[in-house]
Structures are given as structure tokens and as C-alpha cells.
Design a protein around this ligand. Structure first.
Ligand SMILES: Cc1cc2nc3c(=O)[nH]c(=O)nc-3n(C[C@H](O)[C@H](O)[C@H](O)COP(=O)(O)OP(=O)(O)OC[C@H]3O[C@@H](n4cnc5c(N)ncnc54)[C@H](O)[C@@H]3O)c2cc1C
Length: 381
């Protein structure tokens, strides 16, 4: 089969690898606008669960990637000066550049050509192919130019976030919430290599405007965030890498393909970074598309139809959870002000509705007990 893939992110790379490994006669090429060694951002995280899919579906890639991951067994929630470690929530992380480099090498060893520094602006540039894959990320023009065919909806959320790094190595995935005179600041931070952590700062729209971030220089913005999180950074500085304030678009498509064109990964749907599943979802899309194509070898239309049928139910569960998580962060000013540190950590852990009190009891009996003591009425037999 002749396949042309737009975008060498996790979705496009993994689809190419799965197909070529299964059938070396496939003719697959990937087109990527960035040079090989350039990427935005710092590290990405996978929850324990997010890695399970890889372990189950692809032992060899799992073994190839895991030596490069930083892992830790707990999450820490910081409510102003109170730290609440929450056990039983394993996470792993890896630098985005490192993950992509490993995947580039993996697919190239299979004989797939990646064209770097190849900005593609029309499907015609990809030439004739049996399948054209739009794996070009959240701002995919393939999707935007064909939004009627895909039935696209985009819901821009009001919070603002900026993806920084720092030289401080944090020992667990930490969510730090600091109340200031102008509002609450949240940092999502975690180590992804020995001497580097991701440090993503998020604020609600009112706080962002009160500070005047829209008028502030990049240097002053870093300084401001360093001051807010001075206790957490402990003298380390914040590092920028193409860092700028963004708002999160919640993207969905009613139809995932037309003719021989299909969307994959973030182009297909975005899932808020607070649930640490964007990369996992992108790679799971690739597994589903690969399976669908294998099942319907000579019928692209049927394969693309089957891809959507197969993938919607498991993916929608996580996507729904991600969207509930977004709303929780939009309420953080109120939650930090009104809840005690224990209540706050508990609220964080149960925010998507996918973690029950029984789950908390099992994962972290101490947190469950502390919460029960604060709310005895809710737990009376
Ligand atoms: C702030 C932030 C934090 C995140 N944190 C996490 C996290 O902790 N854990 C996690 O799992 N996920 C996280 N994600 C999400 C994760 O990065 C994405 O979900 C994942 O990378 C999606 O993979 P993808 O292959 O679909 O798209 P992408 O990784 O976006 O790849 C798309 C590729 O297409 C290329 N491209 C785009 N347009 C063109 C063009 N015209 N021509 C050629 N090439 C093109 C791009 O250069 C890019 O390389 C985060 C995202 C953001 C924004």
C-alpha cells in the first residue's frame, strides 16, 4: 500500500512503524516541516495506565522506550505551603525531543523515509497514494480546510498556559497551586531527565488579565513566574523554548475521514495536558488505524469507517475525562480559596469522576482517612 503521512509526531511515526513492521512491502513516506533536531516543549508524561497499552500491544517498542523514561510512584499536590503526596499514581516522563528522536530512529531502521524541513501546504504535494494521513497536530490545516467534511468543532477554553522548563529536578509529578494577590497560579511540573523538568504555568483568564501578561515581555513574564514559584524553584531559573501563552482548543470531529484522507492524533482530537494522555491517545489512534487497515486490506473506505467505529468508544472515555479536568482547572481560584489542603488534594484526585473514594482508599489510605475525618457525615454507615 502507498501511504503518505503528514507530520512526524508520535501519531504519524507510530502508524508508519506498525504498518511497515507488519508488511515491509508498504511504501510509506512521512513529511515533517521541522528539522530533525527541533521541537517545541520540554518533557511529556505518561500515566502508568498510559504505558500499559504499549506493554500489551507492542512489547518491543515498550522495551525500546522504557530505559529512557524517568518514573516515580506518586503525585504531589501543593496547596500554597502544604505538600500532600498522593500514593498509588505512577507516572513516567521523557523529553519530547528524546521521544521523537527514538521514534525517528525506530521508523528509519524499518526503511521508512522521513522528509524533514518539508512544509506541506496542500494534499497535492503528497502525490497520488492509497492513503493520506493528516497527523499534523492540533492546528492541522488538513482538518481546518476540510472542516465541513470532518464535522469539526473547536471549543477554545479560557485559561492561559505557557510551557516552560527549569533546571530544578522535581522528584514527583507535582501540581503546585499558589494563591497571590491577583489570583491563583498553577504549575504542572515534573522531571524528565536528570537535570531538567517541565514547568508548565497555568492561570485563569481574569488572573492573566489582572497581571497584564498580554502586554508583558517574555523576560518579564519569566521573572514574574519565577517570583510566584520562588519557593518551589528554590533558586533555579525558568527556561523558555519557543514558550508563549496559549489557550487550549478542545477539538472534535464527527467524521474522521473523507475519500482516502484520514486524521490522526491531535489533528483528530485534543485531550487536555492535565490528564497526561495526549501522546498515548495519539499512539492508540495509530494502533486502531493500523488494525482497521489490516482487517480491510483492499478497501480503504471500509477500513476508515471501521477505524472510527473501533476507536470512538475507548477514546471518548478519556476525552470526556480530559474535558472534565479542564473545567476543574478553570475553577481553581475558588477551589484553592475554599478548600483545605486535604480537601483540595482529594478534589484534584477525584476531579474527573474516574477515581472513586474506594480507589483513593486503596491507593492512599492516609489521604482517604484524612478526608473522612473532615467529612464524617458523608461516611457514616
Ligand atoms: C502544553 C502542552 C503540554 C502537553 N503535555 C503532555 C503530556 O504531559 N503528556 C502527553 O502525553 N501529551 C502532552 N501533550 C500533548 C502531546 O504533545 C500531543 O498530544 C501529541 O504530541 C500528539 O501527537 P501528534 O503526533 O498527533 O501531533 P504532534 O506531536 O503535534 O505532531 C504533529 C507534527 O506535524 C508537523 N506539521 C504540522 N504542520 C505541518 C505541515 N504543514 N507540514 C509538515 N509538517 C507539519 C509538526 O511539526 C509536528 O511535528 C501536551 C501538549 C501541550 C500543548
Amino acid at each position: 500500500m502507498k501511504v503518505r503521512i503528514l507530520g512526524a509526531g508520535p501519531a504519524g511515526l507510530y502508524l508508519a512503524a506498525l504498518m511497515k513492521r507488519d508488511d515491509p512491502s508498504h511504501d510509506i513516506e512521512i513529511f515533517e516541516r521541522n528539522p530533525r533536531n527541533a521541537t517545541w516543549g520540554f518533557g511529556v508524561v505518561f500515566s502508568d495506565r498510559a504505558l500499559e497499552f504499549l506493554k500489551a500491544d507492542d512489547q518491543s517498542l515498550y522495551e525500546y522506550l522504557t530505559p529512557h523514561l524517568e518514573t516515580w510512584p506518586e503525585i504531589t499536590v501543593v496547596h500554597n505551603d502544604t505538600r500532600i503526596p498522593v500514593a498509588g499514581n505512577g507516572f513516567s516522563s521523557i523529553g519530547r525531543l528524546e521521544l521523537l528522536t527514538l521514534l525517528y530512529e525506530y521508523v528509519e531502521r524499518l526503511g521508512i523515509k522521513i522528509h524533514f524541513e518539508a512544509e506541506i501546504t496542500s494534499l497535492d504535494q503528497l502525490g497520488q497514494a492509497d492513503l493520506l494521513v493528516g497527523a499534523n497536530g492540533a492546528f492541522s490545516w488538513v482538518r481546518e480546510e476540510n472542516q465541513d467534511k470532518f464535522g469539526t468543532t473547536v471549543d477554545w477554553r479560557p485559561n492561559h498556559f505557557i510551557w516552560y522548563g527549569t533546571t530544578k529536578a522535581f522528584n514527583s509529578l507535582t501540581l503546585t497551586f499558589r494563591e497571590t494577590e491577583v489570583g491563583v497560579f498553577c504549575a504542572h511540573h515534573y522531571r524528565y531527565q536528570e537535570d531538567r523538568s517541565t514547568f508548565l504555568v497555568e492561570v485563569d483568564d481574569e488572573t492573566w488579565r489582572r497581571v497584564g501578561f498580554d502586554q508583558m515581555s517574555p523576560e518579564d513574564t519569566i521573572k514574574y513566574c519565577e517570583d510566584v514559584f520562588a519557593k518551589d524553584l528554590a533558586g533555579h531559573s525558568i527556561i523558555a523554548n519557543n514558550s508563549h501563552w496559549r489557550q487550549f482548543p478542545v477539538i472534535w470531529n464527527e467524521r474522521w475521514s473523507f475519500d482516502n484522507v484520514v486524521l490522526l492524533g491531535d489533528a483528530l482530537r485534543t485531550a487536555h495536558f492535565s490528564i497526561g494522555s495526549g501522546t498515548r491517545l495519539a499512539m492508540e489512534d495509530s494502533v486502531a488505524l493500523f488494525k482497521a487497515l489490516k482487517n480491510h486490506k483492499n478497501d480503504i473506505k471500509a477500513a476508515l469507517q471501521y477505524f472510527q467505529e473501533l476507536r470512538v468508544p475507548p477514546m471518548k472515555k478519556i476525552w470526556d475525562a480530559a474535558n472534565v479536568s479542564i473545567h476543574w482547572y478553570e475553577e481553581m481560584n475558588k477551589l484553592v480559596r475554599e478548600l483545605t489542603p486535604v480537601e483540595f488534594a482529594y478534589s484534584y484526585m477525584t476531579r474527573t469522576g474516574r477515581v472513586s473514594h474506594a480507589d483513593i482508599k486503596q491507593r492512599d489510605p492516609q489521604l482517604a482517612k484524612a478526608y473522612e475525618q473532615l467529612h464524617p457525615e458523608a461516611f457514616q454507615q
